[in-house]
Design a protein around this ligand. Structure first.
Ligand code: PSV
Ligand code: MN
Length: 426
């Protein structure tokens, strides 16, 4: 299904008057603090976040999966769902494919379909954490780090294949996340596992086109619970540096032990020009993959504060690849993604409000109280009218979730696809 522009325009008409007065009120307040409101609205309008092809259906846990009805079962349907998200928000103009779950059958048709929705192909993701039917070697004991050369070669070949697929679609980056590690002390030789991983990544890097980037994702545990080969940002950075200029670290918000200072990791990587990509989600305990901003919105703001600082000051760091990497077990996946997109823009807008000059001055004077006041002033500003205004200007819906419900999108999808359509993915 595709929404009609007029439908969204009619929806917005009923809400524009109220929005105008909210924007005027906020604009006046921000003006007095020297903030250029229009500049912020433009930055919000330009911000694009990729949606992963594996996050459009109901996720699950190892205890069960409760499908949602009308889920997208094919890549075509996944692209259509992202099209809906993009029409409603004008923020979701990219898809990140997971290979082999979403290998296109007809590349021309897939590209055309994405084009029709104004969607581009972002990073392609390889998968060496599952065995594929008819695969010669097993990844049970690891992939790029495996003690067995034949397994490593199979995993390298898979990554090279993923790059080839991405090239046909216009992607410009590959993300490597490894499940490799061990469950018990003594199972792995740490040094050999790391060395094998480095050698394997260097092999993959050799086939990387000159205008591509390689993102190396880290995660402390799961599915292995004693050790993980690429367990933290430091290991990822070491490997990226061993590969070369086109290799970067990717930060997934859920891939940290509780209370890790993620904003400081962001700052360190940006200073070194080595932060390549970002996976958004939220968590209480581990890699919970919850809706962005649902648990720790202040932390999200602090992270964005560092991202904004880095984007303005670390010109050696490339533009970042933004993606949502969440799972939806109890909510409608599309509504959940709309909430995540909203939370990302809210944190970004709040970070843009931070008076950087005043903060530098207060830091210089060791005025700790003032530093905190500056950050919390920005965080406590209700920036939602700016986001709504950005959507209005770009043709999105002022309130995407209300529009999603008013247009009865889920009901239509169930009618079109059936109640028992199941999406591939995590
Ligand atoms: C597993 O934790 C994971 O969610 C990683 O974050 C990857 O980005 C994703 O799977 C897809 O491979
Ligand atoms: Mn991730």
């Amino acid at each position: 299904m595709q929404l009609k522009k007029q439908q969204i325009a009619d929806f917005n008409k009923t809400k524009t008057k109220e929005l105008n007065s909210q924007v005027e009120f906020l604009g006046n307040y921000l003006d007095k603090s020297g903030v250029n409101t229009n500049e912020i609205i433009q930055k919000l309008a330009d911000f694009q976040v990729a949606i992963p092809s594996w996050a459009l259906g109901a996720g699950g846990t190892r205890f069960g999966r409760f499908s949602y009805g009308g889920e997208p079962a094919t890549l075509e349907q996944k692209i259509d769902d992202i099209g809906i998200l993009h029409q409603l928000t004008q923020t979701a103009g990219a898809i990140s494919l997971h290979i082999p779950w979403d290998i296109p059958k007809d590349y021309k048709a897939i590209k055309e379909r994405a084009d029709n929705h104004h969607i581009i192909f972002d990073a392609v993701n390889s998968n060496t954490f599952q065995d594929q039917p008819n695969a010669k070697e097993t990844y049970k004991y690891g992939s790029l780090s495996n003690v067995n050369k034949a397994v490593r070669e199979q995993a390298i070949a898979h990554n090279n294949q993923v790059i080839k697929i991405g090239k046909k679609l216009g992607s410009k980056s590959i993300t490597v996340w490894l499940a490799d590690g061990s469950n018990f002390p003594g199972q792995n030789n740490f040094q050999k596992a790391l060395q094998n991983t480095q050698n394997s990544l260097q092999e993959i890097y050799k086939t990387l086109p000159s205008d591509w980037k390689m993102f190396i994702e880290y995660k402390p545990y799961e599915p292995n619970f004693y050790s993980t080969v690429i367990r933290d940002w430091g290991t990822s950075l070491l490997l990226a540096e061993a590969c070369g200029d086109k290799a970067y670290t990717l930060v997934d918000l859920g891939h940290h032990l509780p209370n890790t200072n993620i904003e400081q990791i962001v700052a360190t990587l940006m200073l070194k020009g080595k932060l390549g990509g970002f996976h958004f989600n939220d968590s209480k305990y581990g890699d919970d993959d919850l809706t962005v901003g649902s648990i720790k919105p202040y932390v999200l703001f602090l992270i964005f504060n560092e991202l904004v600082y880095g984007m303005e000051n670390n010109t050696n760091n490339p533009d970042l690849a933004w993606m949502i990497d969440a799972s939806h077990n109890v909510k409608d996946p599309l509504e959940d993604l709309l909430q995540s997109l909203d939370a990302i823009l809210i944190a970004y807008a709040q970070a843009l409000l931070v008076n950087q000059a005043e903060l530098r001055q207060a830091q210089q004077e060791n005025d700790v109280t003032k530093c905190q006041e500056i950050l919390q002033n920005a965080y406590r500003t209700d920036v939602r009218p700016l986001i709504k205004q950005a959507r209005l200007q770009t043709g999105g819906a002022i309130n995407p979730i209300a529009a999603f419900r008013q247009f009865e999108i889920r009901k239509t999808l169930i009618k079109e696809r059936g109640l028992h359509n199941v999406a591939t993915g995590l």
